[in-house]
Design a protein around this ligand. Sequence first.
Ligand code: FES
Length: 152
Amino acid sequence: MERKEIIDKYERKPENILLILHEIQENNPRHYLAEKDLKEVAKHLSLPESFVKGIASFYSMFSLNPRGKFIIRVCESPPCHLMGSNTILESLAEILNIGVGETTEDGAFTLELSSCLGVCGVAPVMMINEEVYGNLTPEKIKEIIAEKRREI
Ligand code: FES
């Protein structure tokens, strides 16, 4: 969906700002908010651009830089930590050759951390875009990444 189409769906109320920004970012294949997006949202809601930018910078769910097609979020909350989330993170960093907060050169993967994803029963856990993966092991990680690479 185009930016304008998304923005026009929402009433011109400031309280819609998070919903609009979220939907625009979701519709961007690189999962980020461009300068132009912030400008248009500010215009639609009659808010200063600096305010919209402030909101987009404040919330960690938003990115102002292009990210990978697949955003990997590894849970780092205590239950996952106890079940070895560090090993999972190390495996991912090694396979993808990037650190936390970085994106692979081909623009395919971004590696991020997350707090509890609400499925501690299957710790350690990660999400790739909207999909949850649990009971992770380094072997499973290899398979999952190989599968995602085939989808590119
Ligand atoms: S602590 Fe990781 S899913 Fe809850």
